[in-house]
Design a protein around this ligand. Structure first.
Ligand code: NAD
Length: 476
C-alpha cells in the first residue's frame, strides 16, 4: 500500500475538499500511483498562523521534552523503515535497500538531534565592573520555511525538521512534489510521537509560488533550502530582501583525485559504488575524476569492469543496484551531457544513452579523456555519468579541482600521509573525504562553500542556523 498523501497543518492531515491535485508517478514504469493535494492560499495562511501560534509555547518548551519526542521519532522510524522505504522506491526509484538505509540512517539523525538539543548552551562573559553580569543566551529564531528535494526525500526533510524542532522553532515544510511519500511519512512519525499541533506543518504546491509566498510572509524568520544552485540563489536573494536568515544546501561538482600511489583497484571499485548510488542523483556524488598518469589505465579498466557489473532495474527487484532517474526531465539532461562530451572529443566507454523499455532509465556511463571545458566537467551532471581525465602534478590537479564555483564535497585517494594532509588542506570544499566515504553522518557537519551554499546541517553546528544570539547585560 502506497502512502495516503496529504497536507499536514495544525496537527491535521488534510486532502480532498476541492484542492488542486497533481499526479505522482513511479519513475521505473511511468505509471501514475497517487494524487497529491496542493495547498490553497487559505491552507498556506492556516499553516503560517498555526506555526506562529505554536511558536509562542514551543519556544519555552523544555529541551528534555523536545528530546523525548525526537527519540520517539527515531524509534518509530526504525520500526516503519521497511514500509517507508518501499514507498520511497515507488515514487523516487532508488533500490529498496538504499531507501530503507536512508530511513534507518535518519533515525540516527533524530537521535543525534535529541541529544544535542539538550546542549544548546549560552555563556557568561566576565564583566568590567563587579556589579555587572553579562549573559549570552541562544533563543529559537521563530517560524522556519523549509524546501526539500526529491533525491533523498526522507533524509533532506528530517534533518531540517529535527534541527528546527530541537532548537525550539516551528516549521512549515514544502517537500518534493515528485517524490512525496517520505515527507508525509515523517509528518506521521512526529504526529504519532506526540508532537503538539502547529509545530510541524507540511504543504505541497507549485514550488516557486509556495516559496515566494512563505518567504515574503512576515511570520517566517528563517529559510532552509536544499536543491540546485540557481534556485538557491533566487531564494537566498528573496530571503535577504526581507532580512531573513537562510541555510542553503546546494549543488556540487565533486572532484575525485586518485594519486599514483593510491590502492588504485580498490579506489576504482569503491568509487563505482559511490558514483552510481541513487543513479548519481546525489549532491556529494563524485562527478569529476582526475587520475594521475601512472595510475590512469589501471583505474579506468577496473572502473569500467565494475560499472558493467551494475544491474539496472526496478528498485523493488532484489537484484537491482541502480534504479531509474527520478524524472523524465533528467533523461534529456543526461543525453545532452553525453552529446556535448562526444562533440568535444571524449570517448564514451560504457553506456551513453537511455535504456529501452518504459521508465526513466539511463545506462551507467563512463566517459574518458574528457577535456576540462566539456559541460560534464563544468556543470553538475546529477546523474549516472562518470567523466575521467588525467593529471600530472599535485599543484596542477588542485588548480583544476578548485577552478569551478562549486565547493561542496571532494574526494582523494592516496597512501601517502603527506599527500593526504596536503590535499585535505588544499581543496576548496565544505567536506573532503580521503580514501573512503566519510560524509553525511549525523555527528558531522554537512554543507558547502562558494556557490554550494551557506551553513551546515548536522554536527554540533546543526542548530546554529535556527538560533538567535542575545546579550543580556544586568547591573545590580
Ligand atoms: P530544479 O532546479 O527545478 O529543482 C531542484 C529542487 O528545487 C526541486 O526539489 C524543486 O522542487 C525545488 N524548487 C525548484 N524551484 C523552486 C522554487 N522556486 N522554490 C522552492 N523550491 C524550488 O531541478 P530538478 O530538475 O528538480 O533537479 C535537478 C537539479 O537540482 C540538479 O542539477 C541538482 O543541481 C539539483 N538538486 C540538488 C539537490 C541537492 O541535494 N543539493 C537535490 C535535488 C536536486
Amino acid at each position: 500500500m502506497y502512502e495516503t498523501l496529504a497536507l499536514y497543518i495544525d496537527g491535521q492531515f488534510l486532502s480532498g475538499d476541492g484542492r488542486r491535485e497533481q499526479d505522482v508517478w513511479d519513475p521505473a514504469t511511468g505509471q501514475t500511483i497517487a494524487k497529491l493535494p496542493h495547498a490553497s492560499r487559505a491552507d498556506l495562511d492556516h499553516a503560517l498562523a498555526s506555526a506562529q501560534k505554536a511558536f509562542q509555547s514551543w519556544k519555552h518548551s523544555s529541551p528534555m521534552d523536545r528530546s523525548k519526542i525526537l527519540r520517539k521519532v527515531a524509534e518509530l522510524a526504525r520500526e516503519r523503515a521497511k514500509e517507508i522505504g518501499h514507498n520511497i522506491t515507488l515514487d523516487q526509484g532508488k533500490p529498496l535497500a538504499e531507501a530503507i538505509a536512508e530511513v534507518v540512517s535518519c533515525a540516527d539523525h533524530a537521535d543525534w538531534h535529541a541529544e544535542e538539543c539538550r546542549r544548546i548552551y549560552g555563556r557568561v562573559v566576565p564583566a568590567r565592573l563587579p556589579n555587572v553580569r553579562q549573559t549570552v543566551v541562544r533563543e529559537p529564531i521563530g517560524v522556519v520555511a523549509a524546501f526539500t528535494p526529491w533525491n533523498f526525500p526522507f533524509n533532506q526533510a528530517i534533518r531540517k525538521i529535527c534541527a528546527a524542532i530541537g532548537a525550539g522553532c516551528t516549521i512549515i515544510i514544502k517537500g518534493p512534489e515528485d517524490s512525496p511519500s517520505a515527507v508525509v511519512a515523517i509528518a506521521r512519525l512526529f504526529h504519532d510521537a506526540g508532537l503538539p499541533p502547529g509545530i510541524l506543518n507540511l504543504v505541497w504546491g507549485v514550488p516557486a509560488e509556495v516559496s515566494e509566498y512563505l518567504i515574503k510572509s512576515p511570520i517566517v524568520r528563517k529559510i532552509s533550502f536544499t536543491g540546485s544552485v540557481p534556485v538557491g540563489k533566487q531564494l537566498a536573494a528573496l530571503a535577504s530582501a526581507h532580512m531573513k536568515r537562510s541555510t542553503m544546501e546546494l549543488g556540487g561538482h565533486s572532484p575525485v583525485i586518485v594519486f599514483d600511489d593510491a590502492d588504485v583497484e580498490r579506489a576504482a571499485e569503491m568509487l563505482v559504488g559511490f558514483k552510481f548510488r541513487n543513479a548519481g542523483q546525489v549532491c556529494v556524488s563524485p562527478t569529476r575524476f582526475y587520475v594521475q598518469e601512472k595510475a590512469y589505465d589501471k583505474f579506468v579498466a577496473k572502473f569500467i569492469e565494475a560499472t558493467r557489473a551494475i544491474t539496472v532495474g526496478h528498485g523493488l527487484e532484489p537484484a537491482t543496484k541502480m534504479g531509474p532517474l527520478a524524472h523524465e526531465r533528467r533523461v534529456p539532461a543526461m543525453e545532452s551531457f553525453v552529446e556535448d562530451a562526444r562533440a568535444v572529443g571524449a570517448n564514451v566507454q560504457v553506456g551513453g544513452g537511455r535504456m529501452s523499455g518504459a521508465g526513466n532509465f539511463f545506462a551507467p556511463t563512463v566517459v574518458t579523456e574528457v577535456p576540462d571545458h566539456a559541460r560534464l566537467m563544468t556543470l553538475e551532471p546529477f546523474g549516472p555519468i562518470a567523466p575521467i581525465t588525467r593529471f600530472s602534478t599535485f599543484d596542477e590537479v588542485v588548480a583544476r579541482a578548485n577552478s569551478l564555483p562549486y565547493g561542496l564535497a571532494s574526494f582523494a585517494f592516496t597512501t601517502s600521509a603527506k599527500t593526504s594532509q596536503a590535499i585535505g588542506m588544499a581543496l576548496e570544499a565544505g567536506m573532503v573525504s580521503i580514501n573512503h566515504w566519510g560524509l553525511a553522518l549525523p555527528e558531522l557537519p554537512f554543507g558547502g562553500i562558494k556557490d554550494s551554499g551557506i551553513g551546515s546541517e548536522g554536527g554540533t553546528e546543526t542548530f546554529d542556523g535556527y538560533l538567535n544570539t542575545k546579550l543580556i547585560s544586568e547591573m545590580h
